[in-house]
Design a protein around this ligand. Sequence first.
Ligand code: C5P
Length: 402
Amino acid sequence: MLKGKKIILGVSGGIAAYKTVILARLLVKSGAEVQVIMTPNAKEFITPLTMSTITSKPVISDFFTANTGEWHSHVNLGLWADAMVVAPATASTIAKMAHGVADNMLITTYLSSKSPIFVAPAMDLDMMRHPTTVHNLELLKSYGNHVIEPTEGELASHLVGKGRMEEPENILKVLSDYFATTEDMAGRRVLITAGPTVENIDPVRFISNHSSGKMGYAIAEECANRGAEVTLVSGPVSLSTANERITVVPVTTAIEMHESVMARCEESDVVVLCAAVADYRAEQVCDKKMKRGSTNTLTIKLVENPDIAKAVGAKRHDGQILVGFALETDNEEEHARAKLEKKNLDMIVLNSLQDKGAGFGTDTNKVKILERNGAINAYECKSKKMVAKDIVDIVVNNYLKK
Ligand code: C5P
């Protein structure tokens, strides 16, 4: 369940940090990619070297590396993770999380994180039952964080009571169970187009667009993580995936993308058309580099590319779910709905270039999902990973489960 999952393991300064070494080992053995963040006090209990050796990744503790000035971006880390686990969470760290006291890398990352958060408290029994701690844990729960309750037993102080950090094996199980319950696309075949297409003019020049492919890849990861078998027909992008449930079919031109999609769409339960396909290509592709002419204008005759979404919509079969995208600059909803109807789709994901943080190249997106039945689901600006979750949630809850 944790294979390929990106986990931030936040360690704060309590004696239970020694158990977090085992937790890191268990996470790595389960196939997770683990990034450890330690508070300054955590480093008094266990060393960064222990954790970096176990996780094969340098531990992050400071906002920047002192000798090089390299900045560690808590924002990027927050967006990178599929889950963040704070273990042990001391009374102080819990209080800082509850009230946004962002004075170390663990807390800034927590505040920037868009992923589920798991908190495993560990402290002495009196600290644990102090009204402040009780209240702060309630606050964390009210923010949607998952608190992994500490157990009762002998504590480091030799007192007996509640405050022992849950055993690493059980924390691992909480995480595995969390990801297992979201296998709601098991047995489904999903076909996704992503990225731009590149249409050659000559061996050197081409027509393309700024699509990074990030949205399509995020949807592919989300579907695969929820149990689907995914085929990702991808235009040229600088992204890759290590997910075993995703088969990438690399293509360059719209014609190639069209062929790859048409060969596979029949067998697919869900088709997501996320690619920014060039609408036109050069009628003639010169086999030699075109030379500057004697006139100051140049005309290249363009011919229309196939509309892949429309072609899939035309031959859709019963029960198949089709999802399109629309990037608009004006009269957004009207244009998006017209595309949904013209291409015979079930839903269309609208993003507007007018919105800050939406569209090409960014790690974030702000979308509305328009459905065939007239429903409009509007969302805040969030990471493309979380947008992918929203899209797949609608596919699963409103279509596959019905
Ligand atoms: O380019 P347009 O705004 O019409 O794109 C809307 C939807 O159609 C998107 O989902 C896009 O991936 C898809 N499309 C396609 N083939 C094209 C043009 C667009 O699949 N040639």
